[in-house]
Design a protein around this ligand. Structure first.
Ligand SMILES: C[S@@+](CC[C@H](N)C(=O)[O-])C[C@H]1O[C@@H](n2cnc3c(N)ncnc32)[C@H](O)[C@@H]1O
Length: 219
């Protein structure tokens, strides 16, 4: 799969896949979007000092990096489990400008990328990471274990199978009661499917350039 580095409107990089005409983040600002959706409307809304996160789509590791920073800044213990079917090549990862823009602590980003897949690694004293190389279609995350799911698949336009009831049901099952799924997507059919599965669905303002995003709560 050919990927190209692009610069989004907040100056941060993202990746573009020409054959899908799809980007890994919003072209209005990759870091801005990740912070708004997954930190401000995600981690910050979990009322617990220990948080289990399941992420769909590790990609560039941007969400994991921001979460590790959040964990250090707020002294909150995070266990971060992330799945990725098509890991990004090391050369591309090394060319991304996230460590320059987010933290002078570049070793944090490097460590997130360099630790082995499939085993739990302590990235910092408060942030533990497991990267799982697998397709979501054939993976069942731990049941009723997670406080929050970061649902960061490619959009329904290019990857409708990732937004199917089958996958969304897995997300519901892996959340503990009161657990939340957050995503940049606010498409109507997606929200109707979440409701049909049993989620309570909230539509909230999206990051700059995107009107809305979704928070789904397991009762
Ligand atoms: C929108 S990008 C994720 C962006 C990522 N969270 C980041 O911070 O860079 C979607 C990711 O899902 C991955 N993906 C695509 N199909 C998948 C599948 N069937 N199972 C798991 N991951 C998949 C892609 O390779 C890509 O890395």
């Amino acid at each position: 799969m050919k990927r190209e580095i692009i610069v989004t409107n907040d100056g941060s990089n993202s990746l573009y896949i020409p054959e899908m005409d799809e980007t890994y983040h919003s072209v209005h600002g990759a870091i801005q979007e990740a912070r708004h959706v997954f930190i401000e409307n995600g981690l910050k809304l979990v009322d617990n000092s220990e948080i289990n996160v399941f992420e769909v789509g590790f990609g560039t590791g941007l969400n994991a990096f921001l979460s590790a920073q959040f964990s250090s800044d707020s002294n909150c213990d995070i266990s971060y489990h992330t799945i990725e079917a098509f890991p990004v090549e090391v050369e591309l990862v090394n060319s991304l400008n996230y460590k320059d823009l987010i933290s002078e602590n570049s070793s944090l980003f490097n460590r997130i990328h360099s630790v082995d897949w499939e085993i739990e690694s302590a990235i910092t004293e408060t942030f533990k990471l497991i990267k799982i190389e697998a397709k979501m279609e054939s993976f069942q995350p731990k049941m009723a274990f997670y406080h929050i799911v970061f649902f960061d698949a490619f959009g329904p336009r290019v990857q409708s199978e990732m937004w199917s009831i089958l996958i969304l049901q897995k997300m519901y099952d892996c959340l503990m009661p009161k657990g939340k799924l957050v995503t940049y997507c606010a498409q109507g059919q997606f929200k109707r499917d979440l409701k049909a599965i049993g989620f309570e669905v909230k539509t909230v303002p999206g990051p700059p350039g995107k009107r809305e995003m979704t928070i789904a709560i397991k009762p």
